[in-house]
Design a protein around this ligand. Structure first.
Ligand SMILES: NC(=O)C1=CN([C@@H]2O[C@H](COP(=O)(O)OP(=O)(O)OC[C@H]3O[C@@H](n4cnc5c(N)ncnc54)[C@H](O)[C@@H]3O)[C@@H](O)[C@H]2O)C=CC1
Ligand SMILES: O=C(O)C1=N[C@H](C(=O)O)C[C@H](O)C1
Length: 232
């Protein structure tokens, strides 16, 4: 496949390495200063850029009929517009807050646990996410997806960054060194706690998941998720 990378930072470079190893060609690396973009050469594009550039990059790809994988977080205020544009253009689009296969299993585990705990009102829920100090957005996209999975199955009204009201799920964000990404969901009562946790050891899992999603998306039309890709 001919892959274009939008965003040639930590993730873009990791995806390049793994994609070449899987036999793909990187036909463009587009970063903040890139002026000319040759969309005709691309079978698929993968965007790991910045919160304020993601929607623009996604829109350009959809306008040019290039299937687009979006991994950038912190731009979801524009998500519905991206879906609408994809429909209008008969395009192909996948966004995931986290492409790692392990985290996508963890998302399902989180939803199952929330269902089981919904009636046990003696437990209060809190979440923690830890990332490297260069991360621009908080809470992480992954933490938001986890919180949404809990909100779907419980009486909590919303999630909140930091301290929260009784009917809100607090998400505590920490920025430490070079941590690639750790997410914990905690249910605590007066007598015990239940905790589920995912720890990324490096960025390879995110990059591999994004490439697998790109391989899956080419030739399809519509808006999909990692659940579709992985058959979860
Ligand atoms: N969904 C997932 O599985 C994962 C998502 N991420 C997200 O991916 C994004 C990028 O993460 P990193 O690579 O660690 O960040 P990074 O800061 O290392 O790289 C971002 C790159 O985007 C470039 N950029 C800025 N404006 C641009 C534009 N208009 N067009 C193209 N590129 C532009 C920057 O110059 C930089 O090189 C973040 O939003 C992060 O939260 C990160 C890891 C996994
Ligand atoms: O910025 C990162 O590094 C990561 N961002 C994603 C997020 O916001 O959830 C995914 C992963 O946790 C790494």
């Amino acid at each position: 496949m001919n892959i274009a990378l939008f965003g040639y930072g930590k993730m873009g470079k990791m995806i390049e390495t793994l994609a070449v190893r899987r036999g793909h060609q990187i036909v463009a690396t587009i970063d903040v200063d890139t002026v000319d973009i040759d969309f005709a050469r691309m079978d698929v594009a993968i965007d790991f850029s910045m919160p304020d550039s993601a929607f623009g990059n996604i829109s350009k790809c959809l306008e040019h009929q290039v299937p687009i994988i979006s991994g950038t977080t912190g731009w979801l205020a524009d998500f519905d517009k991206a879906v609408q544009l994809c429909d209008e253009k008969d395009g192909a689009f996948i966004y995931a807050s986290n492409f790692s296969l392990g985290v996508n299993v963890f998302f399902e585990l989180n939803r199952q646990l929330a269902k089981m705990m919904a009636q046990l009102k003696q437990y209060s829920i809190s979440m923690e996410e830890i990332h490297h100090t260069q991360k621009l957005d908080a809470p992480s996209g992954t933490a938001i997806t986890l919180a949404e999975g809990i909100l779907d199955h419980t009486d909590y009204a919303a999630w909140k960054l930091g301290d929260a009201a009784e009917n809100e799920i607090p998400i505590h964000s920490k920025r430490i060194g070079t941590v690639p990404g750790t997410h914990t969901v905690d249910y605590s009562s007066a007598v015990d706690s239940i905790e589920i946790k995912h720890t990324a050891h490096n960025r390879e899992g995110f990059a591999l998941g994004a490439i697998i999603a790109a391989e899956w998306l080419v030739g399809k039309t519509g808006v999909f998720t990692m659940k579709d890709v992985l058959g979860l």
